[in-house]
Write a protein that binds this ligand. Sequence first.
Ligand SMILES: Nc1ncnc2c1ncn2[C@@H]1O[C@H](COP(=O)(O)OP(=O)(O)OP(=O)(O)O)[C@@H](O)[C@H]1O
Length: 307
Amino acid sequence: MENLRKVFVTGVFRKRLVNAVDGVSFTISSGETLGLVGESGCGKSTLARVVLGLIPPSGGRIFFHGQEITEARAAELKKVRRKMQIIFQHPESALNPRMKIYDSLVEPMRIHRLVNNRREEKKKAEELIELVGLHKEHLDRYPHELSGGQIQRVVLARILSLQPEFIVADEPTSMLDVSVQAQMLNLFKEIQKKFNISYLFISHDLEVVRWMSDWVAVMYAGSIVEIGPVEKVCENPRHPYTLTLVSAFYAPANNVSEFTKVTDFKAARHLSGCKFYPFCLEANSVCKKKPDLKEVEKNHFAACWHL
Ligand SMILES: Nc1ncnc2c1ncn2[C@@H]1O[C@H](COP(=O)(O)OP(=O)(O)OP(=O)(O)O)[C@@H](O)[C@H]1O
């Protein structure tokens, strides 16, 4: 990804521009995972959608195997799209509630003509369902007869039927119980090893990202403020925002740095007029445009309303 940007235009009477993704660049190598962390609303999901071509970028370039696909024609894109898949936070919405699991599972293979006959299709469906730790009996059920974790496994099997090389996982386990989450994360890892798949793994949970990733990118207000090998970034964060993120996860509460006391960063950012407040690097970790914190509290709702 090279200098990707996505600007949304909102507002009916007064147009407003939202720089959801603001000049993002990164590379993911074959078989590796890049974790993407950041607070809610920083642009993670928008970036995921732009990366996969689900929404067009406002600027920048996207490459797959070194070939630019930003403005590829429909026929070329269809081939590439099969290799790039996404798994979402809410698995239920990925399956048709009126279709049996079998039919949902084989649907993409039919569309892409990856099976020659019904016998081959059935064999493939059984292999896939077992690959994700479920049983043949599950194929005969409807989505409402499965648990959230089981549905997420079916969604993964469905994606795997297309032999993807790159999967964007957008908070794929955040709706699951903690114990099921761990099983699912391990399954993602096993599958990666088996098929040499690359992941862009999005989460707001630094621990999950640390467990899953080789590299981590820290996103803040639409930009990547820090990127590097996951252990290096977690052990030795360089950007003040990463420091806060790491402290919040790993340090005792009384050790969290001073500026994390500002609980509403959006309000503070608005009042200071600095996009990166309070993590502005220019000002040596604490932004010079620091607003009066009492004002931040007082104007909390008004400021959020304007944002
Ligand atoms: N279709 C849209 N039109 C206008 N603004 C949008 C649209 N989609 C997202 N945004 C805005 O872009 C910004 C980034 O949103 P996005 O959903 O990418 O954040 P996120 O980091 O994925 O958040 P979360 O972790 O809560 O899902 C937000 O300010 C959001 O309000």
